[in-house]
Design a protein around this ligand. Structure first.
Ligand SMILES: Cc1cc2nc3c(=O)[nH]c(=O)nc-3n(C[C@H](O)[C@H](O)[C@H](O)COP(=O)(O)O)c2cc1C
Length: 378
């Protein structure tokens, strides 16, 4: 029996398998509203057999968008187009989560195909939607980035409230999961790291102070999110900087997040920008799996492994070794949106195409024996 295709229950949610499509920014929204691009992009992963699909980073505040065309849940009107996608995904047998995020001092960057650089302040001011780079301290993300405005107490309180309001909207849209984006150098990650957070008040200083915003958001979101629905957090398990955020810190934070009612830690890394260029995490197959393994073992919480997990045997091996509970795939899903169905066939779980959308599977199953014979003859 395959573990990858064993169902997993998280609170009241039953995932049909352990394959998760990782959040991937599309830069295709219109003033934060989902467009037909998102329906096709996310919908195809439901047809492709994943158990859980996570949306791209979805801004809780227009000021905290990563890019101009990020998805958003900062207005009630943004719920409708997302609900249509959620409904389609549910009708096609998958669960769907929304990744809620605030980009903080890294707000305002171009899509990679336009260079990926920081957007100039003047261009940010010219945008129809309000925008601002915000941070714990007046430390820029890098030479090309403008200095962030330092958040004061009311500013921090308003960020927490925007996560709570987006949580209510996510529930209204019918999402099954919220993933809080606490990694990649965005707002919460910038509070965690001693490089970007030089505060001397209760939101900085000690590890406890730097973790306060993460724990406050997680607790408040947990209270606003139905008790039966799971809550995930994505962390940069290490930020890759010298004397920065460490794996030991992530274990301590994960234990505290668990106490706040977080169910799964999604174990990514890096992204604090300039500081992380000192010690980049080497990229090989499954390069972040050891982070997931350590957090799962030492914090006693379910984890999601991500990063260069490319084939069924590798994914199955990670689960069998107890290194993760869920397997997230990103770029491999772009290459093959039907990755989960192909993995099921590789692992011998679905030889008859029974898990495929019925409109497709029946034809593929009918063709299979004749195709095998034809290939034998060639
Ligand atoms: C096009 C693209 C967009 C991404 N956008 C996000 C995002 O919105 N939020 C996030 O946490 N990670 C984002 N990531 C990172 C992925 O979720 C994933 O962690 C990373 O690509 C490593 O997994 P992979 O090797 O399977 O692609 C993005 C990656 C890609 C390729």
């Amino acid at each position: 029996m395959s573990l990858l295709f064993e169902a997993l229950r998280l609170r009241s949610l039953r995932l049909k398998n352990r394959v998760v499509v990782s959040p991937m920014c599309q830069h295709a929204a219109n003033a934060g509203f989902a467009t037909p691009w998102h329906m096709v992009h996310l919908g195809k992963f439901a047809l492709g057999g994943a158990g859980l699909i996570l949306t791209e980073s979805t801004a809780v505040d227009s000021r905290g968008r990563i890019g101009t065309a990020d998805l958003g849940l900062w207005r009630d009107e943004q719920v409708g187009p997302l609900k249509a996608i959620v409904d389609f995904v549910h009708q096609n047998g998958a669960a769907i989560g929304v990744q809620l995020a605030h980009a903080g001092r890294k707000a305002g960057s171009q899509p990679l195909w336009e260079g990926g650089a920081a957007i100039a302040d003047a261009d940010m001011r010219a945008d129809a939607e309000p925008w601002a780079r915000l941070g714990p301290s007046a430390i820029r993300a890098g030479p090309a980035w403008s200095e962030p405005e330092v958040l004061d107490e009311p500013g921090i309180a308003s960020i927490v409230e925007s996560f709570v309001a987006a949580t209510r909207r996510a529930d209204e849209a019918g999402f099954d999961v919220i993933e809080l984006h606490f990694g990649h150098g965005y707002l919460v990650a910038s509070f965690l790291s001693p490089h970007s957070n030089h505060r001397t008040d209760r939101w900085g200083g000690s590890l406890e102070g730097r973790m306060r915003l993460a724990l406050e958001i997680a607790s408040r979101v947990r209270q606003a999110w139905p008790a039966g629905k799971p809550l995930f957090c994505r962390l940069s398990a290490v930020d890759g900087s010298v004397d920065g955020w460490s794996l030991d810190d992530s274990v301590i934070l994960s234990r505290a997040l668990k106490r706040c009612g977080v169910d799964v830690i999604d174990c990514s890394s890096g992204g604090l920008t300039e500081e992380t260029k000192a010690l980049p995490v080497p990229r090989g197959l499954g390069f972040q799996v050891p982070f997931s393994e350590r957090i799962r073992a030492d914090a006693g919480i379910a984890t999601q492994a991500v990063g260069m997990i490319v084939n069924a045997e590798q994914a199955e091996g990670i689960l069998r070794a107890g290194q993760a509970d869920l397997i997230a795939i990103g770029r491999e899903a772009l290459l093959d949106p039907y990755w989960a169905h192909h993995a099921a066939q590789t692992l011998g779980v679905d030889p008859e195409f029974a898990q495929w959308p019925v409109r497709h599977g029946i034809w593929l199953a009918k063709r299979a024996p004749g195709l095998a014979r034809a290939l034998d003859r060639t």
